[in-house]
Ligand binder design. Structure first.
Ligand SMILES: Nc1ncnc2c1ncn2[C@@H]1O[C@H](COP(=O)(O)OP(=O)(O)O)[C@@H](O)[C@H]1O
Ligand SMILES: O=P(O)(O)OC[C@H](O)CO
Length: 507
């Protein structure tokens, strides 16, 4: 074992974060920095890929300095990233040809509608496990090829690299030597056959003729991708783990066995169930996606329920209504009332995601009386995160035919103990919150640590998982179903309200 630490880089939608882990999986140094969001037109979201790189290399240096170590004492690097976001750059100079087009960007929506109208949905689902939607990389690539002058021809000549953010960061960290991605990121592009594990000609053609020459080589999520350039990083260190952030969180939760399920509670929530080496094709509007591939082992799959607004509902109470000062206040407020008094908040602020997929749904609060207080609204917001999660989990159980034995919860909002208890109650299964809520970064570290021999095997990683708290369901079955039944009625009132679809991230 060459070094004593693993560095995880978590490049997210609003910030980059770097964490140095030691062999006990403890954090010994960390740094985080936000970067600029560009909204050039309504529904468009862009990032400056050069700024992402600058911010990321800065947090890497700051985390290493925070740990008080040298770059040479790092055994391996794991990278995890916001998924689907597209960068294209000049292979020689490394200069991006345009801003990165972010997963939330809706500019590809009209093209996606055309594809659906041309009857492509079934073929796309059969090959990619995804629905045709502007959320995924495909229509963003088409847009760049069609709208940035000369890029299509340069791409055909092999002069242009396409990549998701992992690919971009690896290219930069290796001094332009590597043009690679991992299975989990490739599985979100709409260009990759997740069953044959190949870039797919029919899909590339459907997207207007994406040149193969521009596509990165797809590798396992846990393998050595190449060494960092000493001039860039300060030492030659292997980049040895790569995964999309939601898949990395599943790995960081050590959810290695079929049926294990996690939900990451951030701005929105992404619930993923490990379905093992056999992909499940959803009949309930969930996505089928690659979870990871470890070295030469067969790839493993997940089904995913994407929920647009969870923690952001609490942000809205703070910033939109001004009835709380900070998110953690909601815990005491929710506890201060004995029941929800039949007040429900459906936070369909950008429509509803899985499994409803209703772009026309709108935020709805029902059951207000003169006795309703801000405590009821805070409670309703927290409850809504849990009901939405149950909506996704029910779809998962139907798809997999298996009941979820325990439910793993992480992300910033999983710190809310009242909410986690309510989640256990409303699911009727125990909820386990790990010691570290940074499971995304930890997952990337684990993928890198396995490939470099820093950690031996998955069994060793499992033994390192530390429970922060386990929440047992305490609610009666009757109460659980009564509350959930009322939620469904509230959702029915929120649905199909708007006259025009919102520019939402997924629907
Ligand atoms: N104690 C809490 N109770 C409820 N929501 C919370 C709490 N702490 C943070 N949040 C919510 O969680 C989100 C932040 O979590 P984080 O994992 O940092 O999200 P992201 O990575 O998506 O930015 C915010 O939307 C915030 O409103
Ligand atoms: O960067 P996050 O945490 O907002 O995650 C974004 C998801 O990967 C989008 O699919």
């Amino acid at each position: 074992m060459a070094g004593e630490y693993i560095l995880a880089i978590d490049q997210g939608t609003t910030s980059s974060r770097a964490i140095v882990f030691n062999h006990d999986s403890a954090t010994v140094g960390e740094a985080q920095q936000e970067f600029t969001q560009h909204y050039p037109r309504p529904g468009w979201v862009e990032h400056d890929a050069n700024e992402i790189w600058d911010v990321t290399i800065k947090v890497i240096r700051d985390a290493i300095s925070d740990a008080g170590i040298s770059p040479g004492s790092i055994a391996g690097i794991g990278i995890t990233n916001q998924r689907e976001t597209v960068v294209m750059w000049d292979r020689q100079t490394g200069e991006p040809v345009h801003n990165a087009i972010v997963w939330q960007d809706r500019r590809g929506a009209p093209f996606c509608t055309q594809l659906s109208e041309a009857g492509k949905d079934e073929m796309v689902r059969e090959k990619t496990g995804l629905t045709i939607d502007a959320y995924f990389s495909g229509s963003k690539v088409t847009w760049l090829l069609e709208n940035v002058e000369g890029v299509k021809e340069r791409a055909r000549n092999g002069e242009i690299c396409f990549g998701t953010i992992d690919t971009w960061l690896i290219y930069k960290l290796t001094g332009g030597r590597e043009h690679v991605t991992d299975y989990s990121n490739a599985s979100r592009t709409l260009m990759y056959n997740i069953f044959d594990l190949k870039w797919d000609d029919e899909l590339l053609e459907m997207l207007g003729g994406v040149p193969r020459e521009a596509l990165p080589e797809v590798k396992p999520s846990s393998t050595v991708y190449g060494n960092t350039d000493a001039d860039v990083f300060g030492a030659e260190v292997p980049i040895a783990g790569v995964a999309g952030d939601q898949q990395a969180a599943l790995f960081g939760e050590v959810a290695f066995e079929k049926g294990l399920t996690k939900n990451t509670y951030g701005t929105g929530s992404f619930a993923l169930m490990n379905t093992g080496t056999e992909p499940i094709k959803s009949k309930n509007q969930l996505l089928t996606t690659i979870a990871w591939g470890l070295g030469d082992e067969p790839v493993e799959y997940a089904i995913e329920g994407a929920i647009f607004i969870t923690g952001a509902a609490v942000q809205w109470l703070r910033d939109g209504l001004g009835i709380i000062q900070n998110a953690s206040e909601t815990e005491a407020l929710a506890q201060s009332v004995d029941s929800n008094d039949d007040v429900y908040f459906v936070p369909a602020l950008v429509g509803l995601g899985a499994p409803h997929w209703d772009s026309y749904a709108r935020g709805t609060i029902v059951g207000l009386t003169r006795g309703t207080t801000r405590a009821h609204l805070a409670r309703a917001a927290l409850e809504s995160m849990c009901y939405q999660t149950r909506d996704a989990v029910e779809a998962m159980e139907q798809d997999s035919g298996a009941e979820i034995p325990t439910f793993k919860a992480d992300g910033g909002a999983a710190a809310n103990r009242w909410m986690m208890q309510f989640q256990a109650d409303i699911l009727g299964v125990p909820v386990e919150v790990p010691e570290t809520l940074e499971t995304t970064a930890l997952g990337a570290a684990y993928l890198a640590g396995l490939a470099t021999g820093f950690w031996q095997d998955k069994e060793e990683l499992k033994s390192r998982w530390r429970l922060r708290r386990r929440y047992e369901p305490q609610m009666s079955e009757e109460e659980r179903e009564r509350l959930y039944g009322r939620w469904k009625e509230a959702v029915a009132r929120a649905k199909n309200w708007a006259q025009e679809a919102v520019e939402s991230p997924l629907a």
